[in-house]
Design a protein around this ligand. Structure first.
Ligand code: PLP
Length: 413
């Protein structure tokens, strides 16, 4: 189907009716929300579920015999049950609830690190990682005397796969790579990355914070070992995230935090740990967010991630084409495979100043280094202006963005 046909076929106006915040104004203008990479807005289905939780279910999970506790526990576990087909995980217990992508990655760095990383071992990340997929591995390397390698990228923002191949060897103990770059929009060739890592016996963690809301993911087809993402970037509540881990790895690594829920039996002489997934879920979780994430999963599933990907890609191509007509505008991140992110600079203008003007016109974008300082250093820039697209954005909003950037250029350049 032609991209324009896809734009028309996707019923974005009825989608927008599900998102109450999209009708508000900012600085007297209709809100154009293009900071979806930071967090997405929430559909009424998720908002209603939050109200329903506190008015009908509020109770602690996995511990009470009383009615409310059982209702809350069932609802919480429904989310795990829905995540399994959403990601095509082999087992429900391979899905661990965390606070978000950051905690999911820290969990793996800490627990896998303790069990499997020793002096002289090597870990591989890439030049386009978010700080949360850099710093945990740096800390691990410092603690264990391991070496951190970084796969370089080309000027388009694509991984140098030859360099990646040459970094892999029998000392490689982990490859941790982002699926989609939050600052460039690059979609990495993750299936190939995983197969190459497995050929030297190394597991792979994918940071899917910017992927899970834009692309269908099948963890078994990818054969990925760990996959991390956040609820709040996929139309769900803040404070809940997911770590998918293959059963064999989750059984092989020690628990993360300790306390209630993660134990089977505690005596002062010895404690035994709970079975998966509870071994990794110490203490009271974010119950409300965990329950309501199910409604975000339903929302994405009903629209269909293939449809969402096609629609968003149509918007991305359209906006990219129109923005490039503006004299002095440069897009940072021009990979062949991209998803939902347009990072750009206006010659002679600081990204922050562009962001302030866009805000005055009701347009929310992100400016700065996007938690990817080494990547900005690679391009020798302080930061970019980032417009990140979601399923409720429209072609008209892309036109509003382009007109506003033209106006900013006329004022600043
Ligand atoms: C690629 C990527 N990884 C990790 C994160 C961290 O996510 P969170 O702050 O939800 O833990 C983000 C957030 O922007 C991201 O874009």
């Amino acid at each position: 189907m032609e991209r324009t046909a896809i734009l028309e076929w996707f019923d974005v106006s009825s989608v927008r009716e599900d998102f109450p915040i999209l009708t508000r104004t900012v600085n007297g203008k209709p809100l154009v929300y293009l900071d979806n990479g930071a967090t997405t807005q929430k559909p009424r289905q998720v908002i209603d579920a939050i109200v329903n939780y506190y008015t009908q279910l509020n109770s602690n999970v996995h511990r009470g015999v009383h009615h409310l506790s059982q209702l809350a526990t069932d609802a919480f576990e429904v989310t795990r049950r829905k995540l399994q087909p959403f990601l095509n995980a082999a087992h429900e217990h391979e899905l661990i609830f965390t606070r978000g992508t950051t905690e999911s990655i820290n969990l793996v760095a800490s627990c896998y690190g303790k069990a499997f990383v020793n002096t002289g071992d090597e870990l591989i990340i890439s030049a386009m990682e978010h700080h949360s997929n850099i710093v945990p591995w740096q800390i691990l390397c410092e603690e264990r005397g391991a070496i951190l390698h970084v796969v370089p990228i080309n000027d388009a923002g694509e991984l140098d796969m030859d360099a990646y191949r040459s970094l892999l060897n029998e000392r490689t103990k982990m490859v941790a790579i982002t699926y989609v770059s939050n600052a460039l929009g690059t979609v990495n060739p993750v299936k190939e990355i995983i197969a190459l890592a497995h050929a030297v016996g190394a597991p792979v963690l994918l940071d899917a914070a910017q992927a899970v809301q834009h692309l269908p993911i099948d963890v078994q087809a990818l054969d990925v070992d760990f996959l991390a993402f956040s609820g709040h970037k996929m139309y769900g509540p803040t404070g809940i995230g997911v770590l998918y881990g293959k059963e064999k790895w989750l059984n092989a690594i020690p628990p993360y935090q300790s306390g209630g829920e993660m134990i089977k039996e505690v005596t002062f002489a010895k404690t035994t740990y709970n079975e998966l997934p509870f071994k990794f879920e110490a203490g009271t979780p974010n119950i409300e967010a965990g329950i309501c994430l199910a409604h975000a999963i339903d929302y994405l599933t009903e629209l269909g991630l293939d449809n969402i990907a096609s629609y968003e890609h149509g918007l991305l191509e359209y906006a990219t084409h129109e923005l490039l007509e503006i004299p002095g505008l440069r897009i940072v991140g021009t990979a062949k495979e991209k998803s939902s992110v347009i990072s750009f600079l206006l010659d002679g203008a600081h990204p922050y100043d562009v962001g302030v003007i866009l805000d005055k016109l009701g347009i929310a974008v992100r400016t700065g280094h996007h938690c990817t300082q080494p990547l900005m250093d690679r391009f020798n820039i302080p930061g970019t202006v980032r417009a990140s697209i979601a399923l409720y954005n429209t072609r008209e909003e892309m036109d509003t963005l382009v007109a506003a950037v033209r106006r900013a250029a006329s004022m600043l350049v």
